[in-house]
Ligand binder design. Structure first.
Ligand SMILES: Cc1ncc(COP(=O)(O)O)c(C=O)c1O
Length: 389
C-alpha cells in the first residue's frame, strides 16, 4: 500500500488532506515521495518558524534527549524553568504553565480566570468568559465552547457552559455581555486566524483592556497562532500597547514538537495552586530545550525581517487582478480573492507552492526566515493563480 492508501485506510477521516505525501524538508522547501519540490508558505500551520530541519533546534533537542528525555512534573528540570524565565522576562508575565497544545494552553487560561473569580467571590457567580464571534480557540470540548462559531457547536453536545460571544470590534457588545453575565474574563485573538485572518481594531482592544480593568475581569490573549514572532513582534499584543493578564501560546514555540504555554500575569500568577492543574508531558525537557533555542533567536533583527518579508509579499501581490483585499499582520496574511481559495491552493500545490486557506481566504504563514528568492518565486506563482480568474 502507498503512504496515501495506508493513511486513507487506517487514519481517522478528520482531515481533508491534499493528495501529497511529504517525506523530507529543509528550510522553506519540502519534497514529496516522488521527489517533487515545494516551497512551503504554510510552515505546518505556523509551527516551523525557522523552516524544516532547523539545525540549532535539532541540536538542542537531541542534546536533551541524550541527557534526560522525560521525567515527570514531580521533579525539577532545567529546560522547563529556563524557558519559563525567558518567556516571563520577554513579556512581563510572572509565571508559566506548560501544556502540549494550543487548546490545552487555553483550557489553563480559562481555569485560571475562573479560579481568580472564585477566590474573589467565593462561588461560581462570575465564571462566564466572553469570547468573540468568528474566533477559534481549539478542539477540546471546553475550547469548542469558547470558539464563537456555530459550526463548531454541533454533534458533540452537551457543550461546556460558561461562554458568551461578542461581535468582534464592537465594544458595546462586550460591555453588554459583561453586564448581563457574571464574567471573569474576555478572551480574544488579536488576529482571528482560522476565522479568516481578521485583525482586531486598535481602539477595540484598548476598550476591552479598559473594561477588564474596571470590572476586574482578566484580559486573555490567545497567541497560539499569532505568537512567537509571526506578527512582527514577539507577541501580537505588543502591537496594541496593552498588557494582557494571561497570554497563551503554542505552535511556533515548540519548533515542531508539541508545546502549549499559558503565561500568567501579576493578577493570576498564584491563582492555580498544587493539584489545581497538571499535565504528564507539559514542560517536557526535550521539548522545552528545543523551545529555548527557538525563543532565543526571535530577536529584533528577526522581527525586522518578518516585517520586511510581509511588506515584500503585500507589494508583490498588490494590484493583482482578482485580488480583492489583503488582511493580517506580519507573516500572517489573508487574501480575499475572486477565484475560490481552495482552487488557488490546489493550483499552487500542482505548481510546487504550498498555501493554506482560512474560511474563504488564501492564508499565508511562511517560515519567518524564508529567503527572498524563494519568496519571490512562490509569490509570483501565487499571483498568477490569483489572476487566473
Ligand atoms: C488561535 C488558536 N487557538 C487555539 C488553537 C488550537 O491549537 P492546537 O491545535 O495546538 O490545540 C489554534 C489552532 O489553530 C489557534 O489558531
Amino acid at each position: 500500500m502507498s503512504i496515501i492508501e495506508t493513511d486513507h485506510q487506517y487514519v481517522a477521516n478528520t482531515y481533508k488532506r491534499f493528495p501529497v505525501a511529504l517525506v523530507r524538508g529543509k528550510g522553506a522547501k519540502a519534497w514529496d515521495e516522488n521527489g517533487k519540490e515545494y516551497i512551503d508558505l504554510g510552515s505546518g500551520i505556523a509551527v516551523n518558524i525557522f523552516g524544516y530541519g532547523d539545525e540549532k533546534w535539532k541540536q538542542a533537542v537531541t542534546a536533551q534527549l541524550d541527557a534526560l528525555p522525560h521525567s515527570s512534573n514531580l521533579y525539577h528540570t532545567e529546560p522547563c524553568g529556563k524557558l519559563a524565565k525567558m518567556l516571563c522576562e520577554r513579556t512581563g508575565m510572572k509565571k508559566v504553565f506548560f501544556a502540549n497544545s494550543g487548546a490545552e494552553a487555553n483550557e489553563c487560561a480559562v481555569k485560571a480566570a475562573r479560579k481568580y473569580a472564585y477566590d474573589k467571590y467565593g462561588d461560581e457567580s462570575h465564571s462566564t468568559v466572553i469570547t468573540l464571534k468568528n474566533s477559534f480557540h481549539g478542539r477540546t470540548l471546553g475550547m469548542l465552547s469558547a470558539t464563537g462559531q456555530d459550526h463548531f457547536h454541533r454533534f458533540f453536545g452537551p457543550f461546556t457552559p460558561g461562554f458568551v460571544y461578542a461581535e468582534a470590534n464592537n465594544l458595546s457588545d462586550v460591555k453588554r455581555l459583561s453586564e448581563e453575565n457574571g464574567c471573569c474574563a474576555v478572551m480574544v485573538e488579536m488576529v482571528q486566524g482560522e476565522g479568516g485572518v481578521m485583525p482586531l481594531n486598535y481602539g477595540f482592544v484598548k476598550g476591552i483592556w479598559q473594561l477588564c480593568k474596571e470590572k476586574d475581569m482578566l484580559f486573555i490573549v490567545d497567541e497560539v497562532q499569532t505568537g512567537n514572532g509571526r506578527s512582527g513582534r514577539l507577541f501580537s499584543y505588543m502591537n496594541f500597547e496593552r498588557q494582557p493578564d494571561i497570554v497563551t501560546t503554542a505552535k511556533g514555540l515548540g519548533g515542531g514538537l508539541p508545546i502549549g504555554a499559558c503565561l500568567l500575569g501579576e493578577k493570576a500568577e498564584n491563582t492555580l495552586g498544587y493539584g489545581d492543574h497538571g499535565s504528564t508531558f507539559g514542560g517536557n525537557p526535550a521539548v522545552c530545550a528545543g523551545a529555548i533555542s527557538i525563543l532565543e533567536r526571535i530577536d529584533d533583527a528577526l522581527l525586522q525581517g518578518v516585517r520586511e518579508r510581509s511588506a515584500f509579499i503585500v507589494d508583490k501581490l498588490n494590484g493583482a487582478k482578482g485580488l480583492k483585499s489583503i488582511s493580517g499582520m506580519g507573516l500572517m496574511l489573508g487574501l480575499e480573492t475572486e477565484r475560490s481559495a481552495g482552487e488557488i491552493a490546489g493550483a499552487c500545490l500542482a505548481r510546487g507552492v504550498l498555501v493554506l486557506t482560512a474560511k474563504a481566504k488564501v492564508r499565508l504563514l511562511p517560515p519567518l526566515t524564508i529567503g527572498f528568492e524563494e519568496l519571490e518565486k512562490a509569490v509570483s506563482i501565487l499571483r498568477e493563480e490569483i489572476e487566473r480568474v
